[in-house]
Design a protein around this ligand. Structure first.
Ligand SMILES: NC(=O)c1ccc[n+]([C@@H]2O[C@H](COP(=O)([O-])OP(=O)(O)OC[C@H]3O[C@@H](n4cnc5c(N)ncnc54)[C@H](OP(=O)(O)O)[C@@H]3O)[C@@H](O)[C@H]2O)c1
Length: 434
């Protein structure tokens, strides 16, 4: 075999970015591999309207993905369609044809990755999915190989560029979420339906994949406690700054002696920490190991070219493995096999908490709230209040000493019934180790 041929299904942002790298960088790729990586076929529903780079030479163009999967020259199928329906059919058909698969699909791999991997093993083909988490950051390669000798303890990530862009713009300009979101949509950072990004579901899929890679357990997205950023407002940044903190949508996976704790939620993190410096649409992953201690990975989480690099690098790796005749040289999930999820509830974690209130002011408010906290054995740390024009919508913040989240939740539930509150209190953990 003098060359390895690929078929690309999906010619959107990632597919076109991948094709342009394969075309413009073909010489370099061949120098590195020692053989040619040829694009034999491309597919999208509107393939007729796509400009396929001429440098790729003759390429089958089709609107039917089945033709790509069944093409006799195609050794590797790149699934760059997204979603969990057609993409699953494409990958299953590719595996049935004994074609290796490269995918950027976090949603599908988070939902069904271990099962798809089992079919790939049975078929003796390679499965690679670097682009599925943190697009331009080679975090799979790091967890699969770079630090696989360590015993990992904790992963903290900023894994959704859109929500990070919204939070950091809100922090810089003091604009409310709807204004910043509209700007993000205008710039193409946010979808018309922003729910997957701002409600934390996109980040949740990525954390499910990373947790499986880091800890060898089958984690389903639904196993992860998830809270989005809709309730964060510019005033929360004012208070967070007074406390020496900022706010980020933090994806956390912590291995404890009692099990694995997973969460995606907005949290206060100290402004002095490296994660607080992650601005705009960038992503970052901070990994702590028992032996290697801290390592930090930073880069673009999305975009045609950063994600395209991840796809092309996967294609190169799979092509090498096809040439050397060694499928599954290193498992895509970093472990020989994944075990069952051993959860430890995030409610058992002890943290200092930030509680933000909006009230219709009257005497006795602090006493009422402090009474509820005392009833749950929660110690109040500080009360902060920024100047405000109106007494009818008065914000203030209470911070509490490290306490179990279970107790904080019970207190928030009880507080929510108080008639002077304009909305339920907003509770966020203050991450001490970040
Ligand atoms: N965008 C990023 O920066 C990024 C980063 C990391 C990972 N990812 C992942 O990469 C994947 C692709 O994302 P994207 O942003 O490139 O999506 P996209 O721009 O929406 O592109 C999807 C492509 O799939 C094609 N397609 C959809 N249904 C098809 C079908 N039944 N048959 C053939 N082609 C079909 C579409 O074709 P038509 O347009 O012709 O209909 C389009 O070309 C997703 O899994 C996503 O989560 C994306």
């Amino acid at each position: 075999m003098h060359e390895v041929s690929v078929g690309i299904v999906g010619l959107g942002n990632v597919g076109m970015g991948t094709l342009s790298i394969l075309a413009e960088n073909a010489g370099r790729i061949e120098e590195k591999l020692g053989f040619r990586l040829r694009v034999a076929a491309v597919c999208s529903r509107s393939v007729g309207s796509k400009t396929i780079p001429a440098e790729l030479g003759p390429v089958l163009k089709t609107a039917d993905w089945r033709e790509v999967v069944a093409h006799p020259d195609v050794d590797v199928v790149a699934e760059l369609v997204g979603g969990a329906t057609v993409a699953a059919e494409i990958i299953e058909a590719a595996i049935a044809h004994k074609k290796s698969v490269v995918t950027a699909n976090k949603e599908l791999m988070a939902l069904r990755g271990p099962e798809i991997w089992e079919s790939a093993i049975a078929a003796g083909i390679n499965l690679a999915m670097e682009a599925s988490v943190a697009g331009g950051i080679p975090i799979h390669a790091v967890l699969r190989e770079g630090i696989s000798g360590d015993r990992l303890q904790t992963i903290y990530g900023i894994l959704n560029g859109t929500s990070n862009y919204i939070l950091t713009e809100m922090e810089k300009h003091g604009a409310p979420l709807p204004t910043v979101l509209a700007e993000a949509q205008r710039l193409g950072y946010a979808e018309a339906d922003p729910s997957a990004d701002i409600d934390g579901f996109d980040a949740r899929s990525k954390l499910a994949i990373l947790a499986a890679l880091a800890f060898g357990q089958k984690v389903a997205p639904a196993d992860i406690y998830t809270e989005g950023i809709r309730r964060i407002s510019p005033m929360d940044f004012q208070y967070a700054h007074r406390l020496g903190h900022t706010i980020r949508l933090v994806c956390a996976a912590r291995m404890t002696s009692e099990g694995l704790t997973l969460s995606v939620r907005p949290a206060l993190i100290q402004t002095s920490t490296i994660l607080a410096g992650v601005q705009g649409a960038y992503n970052a992953v901070w990994v702590k190991g028992a032996y290697g201690a801290d390592t930090f990975y930073y880069g673009r989480g999305a975009g045609p070219h950063p994600t395209g690099v991840a796809v092309v690098s996967d294609l190169m790796r799979v092509a090498r493995e096809i040439r050397s005749g060694s499928p599954e040289r290193v498992s895509p999930f970093a472990h020989e096999r994944l075990g069952e999820f051993q959860p430890r509830s995030f409610l058992d974690q002890k943290r200092p908490f930030y509680l933000r209130f909006r009230v219709d002011d009257r005497p006795g408010i602090i006493a009422a709230l402090a009474g509820i906290l005392a009833g749950k054995h929660i110690s109040l740390e500080a009360v902060l209040q920024e100047p405000c024009d109106t007494k009818h919508d008065l914000p203030f913040v209470i911070t509490v000493e490290p306490t179990h989240e279970r107790a904080v939740r019970a207190a928030v539930e009880e507080m929510s019934k108080l008639e002077f509150l304009l909305e339920p209190p907003l509770a966020m953990p203050m991450e001490p180790s970040l």
